[in-house]
Design a binder for this molecule. Structure first.
Ligand code: AMP
Length: 447
């Protein structure tokens, strides 16, 4: 199937071609005809599946007819970065249409937004808080709205935006087309969907499993050795651009600095940065100025850098859904990518939960030429573990009872082992918890 099947307006088809899209992704195949028919859609898809174009293209098609200069499509997204990306996609795919979009989010001067809204736009991509400000100030007119998109609804829920969303819903025409996209379906989103969607068509991609193009591995390591192990991995792995996740802003900042000190072109992206610096970090990562970006979950939400070759979970995420989101940053749009997750003994439960979600054990790897026996220096204790309140709640588990062999396998299986030579390939079929050895696959990155 090719894009011609959808019979888009020639101005849109030309931009699709320019963007280099040839074949629609599965979510595009399912969603585009449905959205073109004017139906409400519940889209279960994570970032990286092509979902932005899945709603942007049929919206552009709709907007080609009808009045110009009034807000007819509104996309609400959880973060400024995601809003910018969606706006850019509208810009790319609608380049020849004459349709205009504007982003509306907080943390930046409101006046340029007011001016652009005044000048007349057809598409608004907004974060909830600033949008409500504009509504309250009367600087946006949503009375002509025809299409509403709620993107990454589960993340908006996680970030506490649901009351804001409900407030926004009260301010827009009830007669409209509504598209709701979410990577997961927690009960509150299910409830929201049943409240706001009329006879929706559900489109679902891959049961929200991580992209199949990603190869996953976990690296058991003690907290204080995570940075040296990361440096070792970076040194021996052919990486294009690496997105590293930490659990806290502090850890993101500090790791970014450590990587810089080690000679890498690295930046950190975390909520304490001003919008300008966040944008500079993101732009620098996109254009290759930075090879490594260290980020927290919220800061990295929706980041679309198509050429990300590796995602490294310096800290394991708190939920399997977050794992899927993070991993969705690599292997985007059918490209291949690697996902490395560092785990220490306290991560036992989460590793099992993630494996359950993936339906398969994650391959354990150790790095042969790495000394796992180095003791934690006392002064590093602060960075050695996340602050207690930021660790996920721990259940009474086998780990607590002392059965941690499966989680700290290098201890059990490499007692005092000396590093030797290059890492070797993991033993096929190694059971969960088995410390296998690995060759860093440097020839497979075919992007
Ligand atoms: P998204 O899931 O919307 O964040 O898109 C992920 C990436 O896939 C973006 O870089 C898009 O430009 C790219 N993409 C979207 N649709 C296609 C397509 N049909 N063919 C190739 N790349 C695509």
């Amino acid at each position: 199937m090719e894009f011609q099947t959808f019979n888009f307006h020639p101005a849109i088809s030309a931009s699709i071609k320019e963007a280099g899209y040839v074949t629609p992704t599965p979510i595009q195949k399912d969603a585009i005809p449905t959205v073109l028919l004017g139906r409400d859609v519940m889209g279960l898809a994570q970032t990286g599946t092509g979902k932005t174009a899945a709603f942007a293209l049929p919206i552009l098609q709709r907007l080609m007819g009808g009045a110009r200069g009034r807000v007819r499509a509104l996309v609400v997204a959880p973060t400024r970065e995601l809003a910018e990306q969606i706006h850019e996609s509208f810009g790319t795919l609608g380049r020849q249409t004459g349709l205009k979009s504007v982003t509306v989010y907080g943390g930046v001067n409101v006046n340029p937004q007011i001016q652009k809204l005044k000048n007349g736009v057809e598409i608004v991509v907004a974060c909830p808080g600033r949008l409500l400000d504009h509504i309250a100030q009367g600087t946006i007119d949503l009375s002509h709205l025809e299409v509403l998109v709620l993107d990454e609804a589960d993340q908006m829920f996680d970030m506490g935006f649901l009351p804001d969303i409900r407030r926004i819903l009260k301010q827009i025409p009830a007669k409209r087309q509504t598209l709701l996209f979410s990577a997961t379906m927690p009960p509150d989103i299910n409830k929201l969907a049943s409240d706001i969607l009329t006879d929706p068509v559900t489109v679902k991609v891959g049961n929200t499993a991580p992209p199949v193009t990603v190869s996953h591995a976990i690296y058991p390591v003690e907290q204080h050795l995570k940075t040296p192990l990361l440096l070792e991995l970076l040194q021996h792995t052919d990486t294009e651009s690496v997105l590293v996740f930490t659990r806290t802003k502090h850890r993101a900042k500090r790791l970014g600095e450590q990587l810089e000190k080690a000679g890498y072109k690295a930046a950190s992206l975390q909520g304490n940065l001003s919008q300008n610096r966040r944008q500079a970090a993101l732009d620098g990562f996109r254009d290759g100025t930075y090879q490594i970006l260290v980020a927290t979950d919220i800061a990295a939400r929706g980041i679309d850098v198509s050429q990300i070759s590796h995602v490294v979970n310096y800290d394991i995420p708190d939920t399997p859904e977050a794992y899927v989101h993070r991993i969705g940053r690599t292997g985007r749009a059918a490209k291949t990518g690697d996902a490395f997750t560092m785990v220490s003994s306290e991560d036992t439960v989460m590793v099992r939960t993630i494996e359950k979600k993936l339906g398969a054990p994650l391959e354990r790897r150790t790095v042969d030429n790495f000394d796992y026996s180095i003791q934690a220096p006392k002064k590093d204790a602060e960075f050695a573990r996340p602050p207690r309140e930021q660790r996920p709640p721990r259940k009474q588990t086998d780990a607590k009872k002392g059965a941690v062999g499966s989680i700290n396998p290098f201890k059990a299986e490499h007692p005092g082992s000396k590093p030797s030579g290059r890492p070797q390939t993991a033993r096929p079929g190694a059971p969960a918890g088995h410390a296998a050895k690995v060759i860093f696959n440097s020839s497979r990155r075919g992007k």
